[in-house]
Design a protein around this ligand. Sequence first.
Ligand SMILES: [Zn+2]
Length: 276
Amino acid sequence: MFKRETSIEIQHHHDVQCALGKVAIQGFGMSVYSFFVDGLLIDTGSYSLAKEFQSFFNDLPIEQIALTHSHEDHAGNAAWLQQQRDVPIYLHLDSIQLCAKDGDYPLYRQALWGERPAFMAQPISTTLQSNTAVWDVIETPGHTTDHLAFYNRQTGAMFTGDLYIQTKTKVVLDEENIVHTLASLKKLVNYDFKEVYCCHAGYLADGREQILNKIAYIEEMEENVHQLFKQGYSVEEMTKSIFPRDYPITKVSGEQWSSKHIITAFINHFKQGSLT
Ligand SMILES: [Zn+2]
């Protein structure tokens, strides 16, 4: 058996309450945020932090819940909230059936994040209305195909789920498509915002700048992969050349997290481009 260390910390930025949940197993730690603003809860944290997040939710007048995507560290406490609060939970149409059943994730993810108990979500529309604000619901596939960002038209705050996470992405999940991530980041900067609320990096006062930096980073990487691709290198050779370091998560996850998935997505993109 393993021992989990867990904690939660509540931060306030403008009108947003930010709950930072932390979980660690044998020195390997991760954190995830849930946000509350204007009656709206954005993401629910992980089930491994159920007690911690429940203590946050208990004090809140939650009227509705919106999920950026169905991953277990975002939707882990949706079932509990549904039982306790009976408020609508909005999610991308494509993930409603999936979430009506208990999550089925590999062991290393269950160890860290816990289960994702089943809940009944409703399909989200292109806008959301909270007490005092209208929100744009922005389709931002890449990290997952069902990924959404939420933009508060009144305050200009941008909630980006797992679209950003960090500027210099080096490993991604096998279901992530970095080409789509890049397109979604570019779509986002069409909106008028400065501040970003990211589910893993938290509140970013200079979020727009960081997103622009990430776009530049991915574009540079794409160019590097393109050069190697034209010279006929294999996926393994390109991965070694562009990402020389080994990341522990790659081994732990049996390559579900890997730099290789970044290279593969670019190559598929180049191949499609040469066909059209
Ligand atoms: Zn995710």
